[in-house]
Design a protein around this ligand. Structure first.
Ligand code: ADP
Ligand code: MG
Length: 728
């Protein structure tokens, strides 16, 4: 009797919904544990407050004396809330968040003890971080890493620790984290977009990039999850026959949320609220036990931090509700995978969304400028954008007949397609007064401020315009949003910079009026980036063929896709925009390719173990039961025995066939792994894992899943799909 599975199932009967008290309005405790502007006004002197505010808004340096004041105030505030420790909170290249807690507590000599925290400790720390991946940048002897305060993301309290968001860089200056290049990219897009805005509004001083993420996830009972070694070690099921009932009835999507999950969500949302994460939307997703959570969008750096923080607290809150959160892109074969849509837009310090159509022809020309430049940026750098979302987990979605495809394309809807078609016809050079009037009144002037298409969206598109923002849907559910946000903002920054140069050239060189010049450049852009626009079904085979004709990339696996990160074009782009030096970009590439290799290696080992040491012995055990049965039948029936024992004999034989299938393929897989492990070159090694090791997963799984349908349920050791997916 496989005790663990049945023990786990029995335990789930005791897992009742946990009661959640909600007596206060959310607005009353929103950001209560954040050292935000409101708190700072109460705790800081005027000088200190202005110092921090200037740093946030204009990137000015914070002096040591101001930092000291801020530190003391932060400490006082934190102590008043029962906090004992502080930590620099950062996002190393592992993708997770990192923290190392130090107590405020200090001994002064003479036996006196106090709570202390000064500006030095606030501004900079040196965590012993030699075990974080650096892609070879940080040799422990040459260059240690340090964390430095990022005042643009406010400190917050989690548990009994004051967490201070920081960047993580080597002493030689190279970024060792996700936040540093993101901040650089946001700076680049601010500069470039502000310059372009000035064509339309001289008063614009700053442009923010906004991000609104939508996080999909699965909830599985904690005990059931613990009973599966694959979930425990890889975050997904490596085998398991599909459940008779899955998502085919579409009865989960937007359905009533099961009580236990509902209470988990409320608990999580309350925690998020305290931390200033403005969570807003919750609903069931397509697959059973799959859900989604989305906040109100925020400034991109803050939103990225909030998503990283949320993914972390999700796990902790889930545990209280006897759940395990699965953030993996594909926890269950045959079920919907999980993604993280990144809704992105740009807005001015005056609060104007640059990707929202306006009410006047001028504001619409501004909208079209940013809209078309974004399209052009994505077209020019589609391979780099694809690389920004590459991971072993996301390979199960992209390019695997699931939403969305690995081919980057943009959906803009019927109305805007028409607008672009009309703009394509704009005369070259100077425009006649009639044409200008016609353009302003009937093309630009007629863009409705509510675009109908955004309700009728093409769900198969990886990058869709949804009325007042672009939605990048191909991001993986486990991903740190920094990578895609860094790339998106960098390519748009570069594109806007080039646009500005081209428009200025027409104005200064050819004597064109500003709007004539803008129309002229946009017209050429529309012509050149037509291949990236696609309104059809992104899942079909026809699109793959069509995309190839259009010259779009279709990088289905991580090793292929990651190459887009270190192409000559990408390296030059990162360098020109001041986002990543060649060394940094190369190092990141190495970190990610290595992470890919390790993921596949771990999955391969776990699968080999489960198949050989759990499944095969179980199959043999059941086969022995059948053998005993057949022996008994032979004793009783003698001559007629073959007829009576026909099914059993067939089963015995079939079990042997499956066992053979497992063993042969596991042996092959181990051999392929050995060959791959000998390869020094990372790129070739990753290719070996991808093309020689990984395909054997499906083979092994095929035989294991067949056995699941043959072997006595009482003997089966692994918790089944129906149990994992329908226990709630
Ligand atoms: P969906 O139907 O895809 O769930 P929603 O309209 O609910 O789309 O919005 C999804 C996300 O888009 C939310 O997180 C929301 O905050 C965000 N969002 C809305 N407007 C913007 C914007 N201008 N910039 C960035 N994100 C935005
Ligand atoms: Mg969405």
């Amino acid at each position: 009797m496989p005790t663990l599975r049945f023990h786990a199932i029995k335990e789930t009967f005791d897992h009742q919904p946990i009661k959640i008290q909600e007596t206060q309005k959310r607005s009353e405790f929103y950001a209560e544990n954040v050292f935000d502007e409101n708190t700072m006004r109460q705790y800081l002197s005027k000088d200190a407050f202005l110092g921090v505010k200037n740093a946030i808004e204009h990137g000015t340096k914070i002096s040591r004396s101001i930092a000291d004041q801020v530190a003391v105030s932060m400490k006082d505030w934190a102590l008043s809330k029962g906090v004992t420790h502080y930590t620099h909170w950062f996002q190393p290249l592992t993708g997770a968040t990192a923290e190392k807690h130090d107590a405020f507590f200090e001994i002064l000599g003479d036996g006196f003890a106090v709570e202390k925290f000064d500006g030095g400790q606030l501004v900079q720390q040196e965590p012993d971080a030699s075990s974080f991946p650096s892609g070879g940048i940080r040799n422990t002897f040459e260059a240690r890493g340090y964390t430095a305060w990022d005042p643009t993301s406010p400190a917050f309290i989690y548990g009994t620790a004051l967490c201070i968001p920081t960047i993580f860089v080597a002493y030689t200056g190279e970024a060792l984290d996700y936040k540093t290049p993101l901040l650089r990219a946001l700076h680049a897009v601010d500069d470039a977009a502000t310059d372009v805005c000035k064509y339309f509004d001289k008063n614009v001083k700053k442009v923010h990039s906004s991000l609104g993420w939508e996080q999909e996830y699965f909830l599985v009972d904690k005990m059931l999850a613990a009973s599966r070694p694959d979930i425990l070690l890889t975050g997904r099921t490596l085998l398991g026959h599909s459940s008779a009932k899955g998502q085919q009835l579409d009865d989960h999507y937007f359905g009533a949320i099961p009580t236990r999950a509902f209470n988990f969500m409320r608990d999580l949302e309350n925690e998020a609220m305290l931390l200033g994460i403005p969570v807003k939307t919750r609903h069931n997703e397509v697959a059973p036990n799959q859900f989604e959570l989305a906040p109100i969008y925020e400034e991109a750096n803050l939103a990225v931090d909030h998503n990283a923080l949320l993914m972390d607290i999700m796990g902790r809150v889930a545990s209280r509700h006897n759940f395990k959160v699965l953030l993996h892109e594909k926890p269950f074969a045959g079920m919907n995978g999980s993604g993280k849509h990144n809704n992105w837009s740009l807005s001015t310090d005056g609060g104007v969304n640059l990707l929202a159509p306006g009410k006047t022809p001028m504001s619409n020309l501004q909208f079209l400028t940013f809209f078309i430049n974004t399209i052009k940026a994505v077209h020019t750098h589609e391979e780099l954008l694809r690389s920004s979302i590459a991971s072993a987990g996301n390979d199960h979605r992209l390019g695997a007949n699931e939403a969305p495809p690995a081919i980057m394309s943009i959906f803009i809807g019927e109305q805007l397609t028409k607008v672009l078609q009309e703009l394509e016809g704009v005369t070259k050079g100077k425009l006649s007064p009639q044409e200008k009037t016609e353009l302003k009144l009937n093309v630009v002037g007629k863009i409705p401020d509510v675009l109908l298409d955004n309700t009728d969206r093409n769900r198969t598109s990886p990058f869709a315009f949804t009325g007042n923002k672009f939605e990048f849907r191909a991001v993986g559910s486990t991903a740190n949003c920094s990578n895609p946000m860094t790339v998106l903002n960098t390519i748009v920054a570069k594109q806007l910079k080039d646009f500005k140069a081209e428009v200025d050239k027409l104005i200064d060189g050819k004597g064109l009026k500003k709007d004539e010049a803008v129309f002229n450049v946009l017209r050429e852009y529309i012509k050149s980036c037509r291949p990236i626009l696609f309104e059809g079904n992104g899942y079909g085979e026809e699109w793959e063929k069509e995309a190839k004709k259009r010259g779009l990339s279709n990088n289905k696996t991580t090793p292929e896709a990651l190459k887009g990160r270190i192409s000559k074009q990408s390296l030059e782009l990162f360098e020109e925009m001041g986002v990543l030096s060649k060394i940094e970009a190369q190092a990141r590439y190495e970190v990610e390719i290595e992470a890919y290799i390790k993921h596949i290696q771990i999955e391969s080992r776990v699968l080999g173990d489960i198949a050989r040491n759990h499944i095969v012995p179980t199959a043999v055990k059941y086969q022995n039961v059948l053998v005993e049965n057949v022996k008994g039948l032979k004793e009783i029936f003698d001559k007629d025995f073959k007829k009576v024992a026909k099914e059993q004999l067939g089963l015995i034989q079939s079990i042997s066939t499956q066992i053979e299938g497992i063993n042969v393929n596991v042996t092959n897989m181990i051999n392929e792994r050995k060959i791959a492990n000998q390869i020094e070159d990372l790129e070739k090694k990753a290719a070996a894992y991808c093309n020689a090791v990984r395909p054997l997963f499906d083979e092994i799984r095929y035989y294991c899943d067949k056995l699941e349908l043959m072997v006595d349920d009482e003997l089966w050791p692994l918790t089944k799909y129906r149990e994992l997916l329908f226990t709630r």
